[in-house]
Write a protein that binds this ligand. Structure first.
Ligand code: HEC
Length: 126
């Protein structure tokens, strides 16, 4: 029965997908929109000088993805270097709070949950 809960999600529509996490909304800084979790002020201080923090909050990805973006900004966009501790704080925060979107790459629905295909020529086992 556990999986049925997950599979029911798409039926509830896009609105739910916009919620950060189903379990308990996280508090956000009203000015920047950043989730106020550990390290957020470091991110605010280092990631809001050149562009809106929306660019940050609208992105998501693994720690590697964020590190890649930071390296790209350092090489091409004039982003300064961080000491190891600061970078680690930033990457931990981003990976934790803006990690890979689970819902975005959900596996396809099982056949049983799909509507009947009116064009199917094969007997449907259900
Ligand atoms: C020195 C300036 C500068 C700082 C500071 C900066 N960025 Fe950027 N960043 C840029 C520029 C320039 C772009 C490209 C903007 C555009 O395409 O309009 C960018 C783009 C981005 C993007 C979008 C990348 C994409 O795939 O389109 C993200 C996400 C991002 N920055 C995150 C961060 C984070 C996280 C930090 C803090 C660690 C940060 N930025 C700090 C200059 C900066």
């Amino acid at each position: 029965m556990k999986h049925l809960h997950v599979l029911a999600m798409p039926a509830l529509g896009v609105a739910l997908a916009c919620l950060p996490l189903a379990a308990g909304a996280q508090e956000k800084d009203p000015a920047s929109g950043l989730i106020m979790a550990e390290g957020w002020e470091t991110v605010l201080g280092n990631c809001s000088a050149c562009h809106s923090t929306k660019l940050v909050t609208q992105n998501s990805g693994s720690r590697n993805h964020w590190q890649y973006l930071i390296r790209w900004m350092q090489e091409k966009q004039g982003l300064w270097q961080f000491d190891a501790e600061t970078e680690s704080t930033i990457l931990d925060y981003l990976a934790e709070n803006y990690g890979p979107k689970e819902g975005a790459r959900r596996p396809p629905l099982p056949r049983a949950l799909m509507p009947d295909n009116p064009y199917s020529t094969v007997a449907d086992s259900g």
